[in-house]
Design a protein around this ligand. Structure first.
Ligand SMILES: C[S@@+](CC[C@H](N)C(=O)[O-])C[C@H]1O[C@@H](n2cnc3c(N)ncnc32)[C@H](O)[C@@H]1O
Length: 302
């Protein structure tokens, strides 16, 4: 299923290609952590940023950014990631506590430290899937910190453009038990066919009582915002051209596909949560975040 929409840069780990985007989110979480009005706390994020040569010079506190909150990258975009982290933390913990699932899968886990920082109910297992090079870097940093996960954690290296379900079940995943799936910041890097395949696999592997949250971009043409402050600042300040990493193919309607298979779905703009929390990005002209949606799905019990 792999195609040219994503180049094969796995050997670079977090040094380049899509892997470096994991560092971008980690830096944003580090900045969020140190805000007085923080939405989410991640004490590991800063260590990942400092450990990688690609990001060692990036800011990890807003005070290190000359323009502070007015910087489109380390102000508004970083706040977006902080909000997303908080919303998905809440979704995950709520699904575990009230839905009763004890199995969690992070698809495109990157440098997500939820295994180490959240308060998990007893008996949970968390599978983290990402490219081998990204997971190797993550372990190097966590091992150096002697970090201990607060739940059972199983890393599963895989290319999520290919058939990854076998790797997950081989690692111990139980398709007969309800699962909470998080697909945070992944789908727009995948070819359209890989998204369709991924959502189909999530459906097949989800027992009743499962829940899913994922992020998509609904823009018809992502290039329309090429000169937006967000893409321009990310390119100029970090040398990362996000539009070069995203798949520019037309996207499938994954929420409709899930609804067709009996899932209940709710599609939200991130700005809904900004208003709910009183903090976070709001719409602006030429907005690279305007087409982003966070989709929440549930496969009801009989
Ligand atoms: C923007 S980061 C998000 C990481 C994490 N979910 C978070 O929010 O912190 C995107 C992640 O997707 C992973 N990724 C992208 N394409 C992938 C693929 N084909 N197979 C596995 N992982 C992939 C990257 O390695 C990276 O860690």
């Amino acid at each position: 299923m792999a195609d040219t929409a994503q180049r094969d840069t796995d050997g670079q780990g977090v040094a380049g290609g899509v892997g470096v985007t994991a560092l971008l989110v980690a830096a944003a979480r580090a900045i969020e952590t140190h805000r007085a009005d923080s939405l989410a706390q991640d004490d590991y994020a800063e260590h990942f940023v400092r450990a990688a040569p690609a990001s060692a010079g990036w800011p990890v506190r807003l005070g290190q950014v000359p323009d502070g909150d007015s910087d489109p990258l380390w102000g508004r975009f970083a706040r977006y990631f902080g909000l997303r982290t908080r919303v998905l933390d809440d979704f995950l913990l709520d699904s575990l506590h009230t839905g009763g699932a004890r199995q969690v899968v992070l698809l495109g886990a990157g440098l997500d430290a939820r295994a180490f920082r959240l308060d998990w109910p007893p008996g949970c297992v968390l599978y983290e899937m990402d490219r081998q090079g990204v997971l190797a870097f993550k372990h190097q940093v966590l091992d150096a910190l002697s970090a201990a996960p607060r739940t059972r954690r199983v890393p599963v290296p895989a290319d999520l453009r290919a058939d990854w379900a076998g790797a997950l079940t081989d690692a111990g995943f139980d398709p007969s038990a309800p699962t909470v799936w998080l697909v945070e910041g992944l789908l727009f890097y995948l070819p359209s066919a890989a998204e369709t395949h991924l959502i189909g696999a999530v459906d097949r592997l989800s027992a009743r009582g499962s829940a899913l949250a994922y992020e998509v971009k609904l823009d018809k043409d992502l290039l329309e915002h090429r000169d937006s402050p967000l893409y321009t600042a990310t390119h100029q300040q970090l040398g990362i051209d996000l539009l070069d990493l995203f798949s520019l193919e037309p996207r499938p309607d994954s929420a409709a596909a899930l609804a067709h298979k009996g899932w209940t779905t709710a599609v939200h703009s991130p700005f809904d949560f900004t208003r709910r929390h009183g903090r976070g990005p709001l719409p602006e002209p030429n907005d690279a975040l305007g087409g982003n949606r966070w989709v929440f799905g549930a496969r009801p019990r009989p």
